[in-house]
Design a protein around this ligand. Structure first.
Ligand SMILES: [Zn+2]
Length: 442
């Protein structure tokens, strides 16, 4: 089956010599929807449940530039001041540092996919960590079937932009990369597995940058789930969260140390981002929405600092009226949300959106009034809140040393920024190309 990849000849040879194991791997790779090269699947597939797939496509565009983007989930803009972060401090000296403003809602999935597509969540389809299609189908973080279903994802992810314009791309757990959006995925991608250690992820990225030039990805996006997890569990200012900040800093240090040994080190722009900040919950400001609305009036509800509700037909008004004057939050018909949120017209968003005041706790438990207590801190609040702001740093040949950008930069700017560095034509998006250009070295 040589049409599967450009190195088909070699592929057939391996198939003939090794038999069924490779057939099984091939079936697995097809099942995952990846156009894959058996050679690399064999290297990584055994004992790894084919968690990594590598397409054999080669770079066809001439470029001596590389971009590596690392997302540190939930790294609030000021976390560096709460811990010892020598490696991030060093990046500030050598590169540009600033703040990233998340899109609303300030949640993980919508924001990672906004950074990947340059689109607001309203426009790229991932409107929350949990939402329902008009036909009742549910998307939910953690539900592999929905997360890997391309129908939920709109827009053109940056890894596909690179591929279509002749550059290989790679992702290690970036939201949206585990499915073929518009029929295409990064050349290298992994199925989410939280057991992969942070250091091993850094080492994989280094190994990809060490591949032969013709198959070396020019764009790599990778992801760490900390300090978000610690922030939720212990609070943004807890010592455990400080330890996570320092752990992530050490991963960055390790990555940069290994990067410096590569011959292409001077050609790599390294961009660090996070998706949102973190705010302490105040359980004295808890609101059980079940005290205000009836379960039988609603079809679906997803709660949290960003709550959206899908009332049953004919019940929109009664649900809205019941929530109009609740404490510690503001309810809107989605189309009446403030313009600056760029959110509300998608048919995937519940008809009623409840925006919690910073720190307030919203939940819906008809039978357990007042007993809801899960997390110490959270996010998803209004994206203008200071504590929701995230981090943005960039170091490498395209960025000026020691430059500080004071105003928060909308995180969708990442998309045209990468396009400018890699000289890619950006598909239509919501970001400001002038702002992206202004971040680059003159
Ligand atoms: Zn997150």
């Amino acid at each position: 089956m040589p049409y599967f990849c450009s190195c088909g000849t070699k592929y057939n040879k391996i198939m003939m010599t090794k038999g069924t194991l490779y057939k099984a791997l091939l079936v697995a790779s097809l099942f995952l929807g990846a156009v894959s090269c058996s050679k690399h699947l064999v290297n990584k597939g055994i004992g790894d449940k084919v968690s990594e797939t590598i397409a054999c496509e080669r770079n066809t565009k001439q470029s001596d530039k590389y971009v590596v983007v690392l997302s540190m989930d939930g790294f609030r803009y000021d976390y560096q001041t709460l811990a010892q972060t020598p490696n991030l401090d060093q990046i500030d000296k050598e590169g540009l540092s600033g703040k990233f403003r998340p899109c609303y809602p300030s949640l993980t999935f919508p924001n990672h996919y906004s950074m990947a597509t340059g689109l607001y969540p309203n426009n790229h389809g991932i409107v929350g960590n949990t939402f329902w299609l008009p036909n009742g189908e549910r998307y939910k973080l953690g539900d592999r079937k929905s997360v890997e279903n391309p129908k939920f994802y709109f827009g053109e992810p940056i890894w596909n932009v690179a591929r279509k314009q002749g550059l290989c791309s790679a992702s290690y757990f970036w939201v949206g990369s585990e499915t073929a959006v518009g029929g295409l995925q990064p050349n290298i991608w992994k199925r989410y597995n939280p057991k992969d250690s942070f250091m091993s992820r850094a080492d994989s990225v280094i190994s990809w940058l060490n591949r032969p030039e013709d198959v070396r990805p020019h764009l790599i996006m990778w992801y760490l789930s900390e300090p978000d997890h610690s922030g939720h569990t212990y609070g943004p200012e807890a010592k455990e969260t400080r330890a996570s900040i320092e752990e992530v800093d050490a991963v960055v240090g390790h990555f940069r140390k290994e990067l410096a040994k590569l011959p292409i080190a001077g050609q790599v722009d390294f961009i660090l981002v996070s998706d949102h900040g973190m705010a302490q919950f105040d359980y004295n400001r808890s609101v059980n929405l079940a005290d205000y609305i009836k379960e039988e009036d609603i079809k679906h509800i997803a709660t949290g600092p960003f709550t959206h509700i899908y009332p049953k037909q004919g019940k929109e008004k009664v649900v809205y009226e019941s929530l109009k004057n609740i404490p510690n939050a503001k309810a809107y018909y989605k189309e009446d949300l403030p313009e600056r949120l760029h959110f509300g017209s998608s048919d995937r968003i519940g008809k009623i959106v409840v925006v919690a005041d910073l720190g307030a706790v919203l939940f819906f438990e008809p039978n357990l009034q007042g007993t809801y207590r899960h997390l110490t801190a959270g996010h998803g609040f209004d994206n203008k809140e200071e504590q929701m702001q995230a981090v943005f740093k960039a170091v490498g040949p395209s960025f000026e040393a020691g430059r500080i950008v004071k105003d928060a930069i909308p995180n969708i700017t990442l998309y045209p920024l990468i396009c400018n560095i890699l000289e890619l034509k950006a598909p239509k998006n919501d970001a400001d190309d002038k702002l992206a250009k202004s971040l680059l070295k003159k």
